[in-house]
Design a protein around this ligand. Structure first.
Ligand SMILES: Cc1cc2nc3c(=O)[nH]c(=O)nc-3n(C[C@H](O)[C@H](O)[C@H](O)COP(=O)(O)OP(=O)(O)OC[C@H]3O[C@@H](n4cnc5c(N)ncnc54)[C@H](O)[C@@H]3O)c2cc1C
Length: 276
């Protein structure tokens, strides 16, 4: 029986989020908080593997109290247990501190039931670094496999599994030992609509919540802002693209206008050809 842990994060929906034009930071209150879309695929894959090989799916998140909603979404998808680490001590964490805290949480989950496989999303839609998964694997000293778009098979008895890793021009087939950590692409599966029983279970579900004091053998200097060497030197919003020019008149007149634009910019076009 497998014990699979999916790492999940609640993020602001970046499709609707507004930027504060004065501070050039995200106005997080302007957007609903959702389960990171890549993480929904991570949980769905864990559930599919559980259904195929038998076992349990746990999800874990580091976040503020409202992140319980993201855990409930995972229960809807089919996860069995949810764990959340939430404490002011974790606030302001960069990817190094995030992976440290999550590793401590996964160690604690392992004490409850040894973990065979950890699945992360490829990246989050707000932080977008893709560093947390490999960071956890490095700290646990297990193989990290990024850009996974198919799990071919798991042989728990032999202690290995085979996956496809997406490459620019195809994929590679990789065999690895268990336990290991996968970061998965969205194309690995389709997340179906939740079943009614799962929705009912999720609505009532209370995850296990741990504070920093519940994690063993923890070095507080490696947590939160204190443990985050990343410096965000400058943040700015990309300039709005200029609107295109509409050509007017009949076809001949439009061609003339187009030619004059091309001639005006011929040096730019020559430069572009030269840079190829
Ligand atoms: C100096 C600094 C201060 C910051 N302060 C804050 C802050 O106060 N509040 C804030 O929200 N963000 C803050 N951030 C952003 C924060 O560092 C990142 O959001 C976080 O470390 C995760 O990185 P990421 O979003 O790039 O995740 P990625 O590396 O892109 O995520 C990959 C995968 O890792 C897993 N994962 C990532 N984060 C989590 C998580 N929290 N729990 C469980 N699984 C996870 C998911 O499976 C995800 O798909 C700060 C960043 C910096 C540099």
């Amino acid at each position: 029986m497998l014990h699979i842990v999916a790492c999940i994060k609640q993020v602001p929906d970046t499709k609707v989020i507004k930027m504060n034009p004065k501070t050039n930071t995200m106005d997080r209150a302007s957007a609903p908080a959702i389960l990171n879309p890549y993480d929904a695929h991570a949980v769905e894959e864990a559930v599919r593997l559980k259904n195929k090989y038998g076992g349990t799916v746990s999800v874990v998140t580091m976040g503020p109290p409202p992140a319980v909603k993201a855990i409930r979404k995972c229960i809807e998808i089919g996860a069995d247990e949810g764990y959340m680490i939430s404490d002011r001590a974790f606030a302001g964490a960069d990817t190094l501190a995030t992976s440290y805290a999550l590793t401590k949480a996964i160690n604690k989950i392992s004490e409850i039931k040894p973990v065979d496989l950890i699945i992360c999303g490829k990246m989050t839609i707000d932080g977008d670094t893709g560093q947390v998964g490999p960071g956890i694997a490095r700290r646990l000293d297990i193989p990290p496999l990024t850009s996974v778009n198919k799990v071919v098979e798991i042989n728990k008895e032999d202690g290995n599994m085979v996956v496809h890793r997406k490459l620019e021009d195809g994929y590679e087939v990789v065999q690895t030992t268990l336990p290991c950590l996968l970061s998965v692409e969205k194309e690995i599966n389709e997340v179906p609509y939740s079943s009614f029983p799962n929705m009912l279970k999720a609505a009532r579900y209370q995850p296990v919540i741990w504070s920093v004091n519940d994690l063993e053998d923890i070095d507080r200097k490696q947590l939160g802002l204190k443990g985050s060497p990343t410096i965000v030197a400058k943040v700015w919003a990309p300039p709005k693209p200029e609107g295109g020019k509409l050509l007017e008149g009949n076809a001949d007149e439009q061609v003339q206008q187009l030619l004059s634009v091309v001639l005006e910019r011929k040096e730019l076009f020559a430069e572009m050809r030269g840079s190829k």
